[in-house]
Write a protein that binds this ligand. Structure first.
Ligand code: DX5
Ligand code: ZN
Length: 231
């Protein structure tokens, strides 16, 4: 299916923003592989979150890579500040692009500013065909399993077909899922072929974050057909 590594990425959208450095340390101690960072502009989505200065502070507090999800209308304009802020993965939404050429131009702009990995995201009602022409230009495809804007929404299972299609098309890089992942839905994502699994409320709302991440990892490994070991 895929050799892409299994990655558990807690979404800091659900953390205590008043204590963000502590929350970064807490998720790392609990076994997070990436920090998922949700950037919203109040235009592409009906919510506002954080910008490059806060991402830079998260980066300073982190030892794990920052997976920065740009839910913004003009990602190319902000490529440089997010690259400088320390984004390891920088993901834009395909819905902001008029055509394939524009999507390729955004990916190229991200790389010119030194972003190590470029991602493209698609909303639940966007056909996967929109991203197939640019798979050679991206390191990650983020298949949204809720409409972006808010944490704590319910998983939309129909989008799993997009993950299967990406793998069937031979895409071997990262396929990420984001929105409504929990103990029930996360194994479905891994079984379909997703390797990078984002969860906000299910991880930050858990009574014991370390146990929850270990359980998610074990369940995803089982779903991927790997030997399950905790850790
Ligand atoms: C939604 C964000 C997600 C969100 C997921 O717009 O992109 O990353 O934080 O939150 P949960 O896991 O609570 O659905
Ligand atoms: Zn996200």
């Amino acid at each position: 299916m895929t050799d892409a590594p299994l990655l558990i990425a807690p979404s800091l959208l659900s953390c205590d923003f008043a204590r963000i450095a502590d929350e970064v340390a807490r998720t790392e101690a609990a076994g997070a592989d990436w920090h998922h960072v949700d950037v919203m502009d109040g235009h592409f989505v009906p919510n506002l979150t954080i910008g490059p200065p806060v991402v830079s502070k998260i980066h300073a507090a982190a030892t794990k890579p920052l997976d920065v999800h740009l839910m913004i209308t003009d990602p190319a304009k902000y490529a440089e500040p997010f690259a400088k802020a320390g984004a390891h993965v920088l993901t834009f939404h395909i819905e902001v692009c008029r055509d394939e050429a524009e999507a390729r131009a955004i990916a190229a702009t991200f790389r010119e500013h030194g972003v190590p990995q470029v991602g493209v995201a698609l909303n639940p009602d966007t056909p996967v065909d929109r991203v197939l022409p640019i798979l050679d230009a991206v390191d990650l495809v983020l298949v949204m399993s809720v409409f972006p804007g808010f944490g704590g929404q319910s998983f939309i299972p129909d989008v799993l077909d997009k993950v299967r299609r990406l793998r069937a098309e031979g895409y071997t890089r990262h396929v990420e899922m984001d929105g409504g992942l929990n103990a029930e839905t996360l194994p479905l994502c891994a079984e379909a072929g997703a390797n990078a699994l984002v969860a906000g409320s299910a991880i930050f709302g858990a009574p014991d974050m370390k146990t929850t991440i270990a359980e998610f990892r074990a369940a995803a490994r089982r779903a991927r057909g790997e030997a399950s070991r905790v850790g």
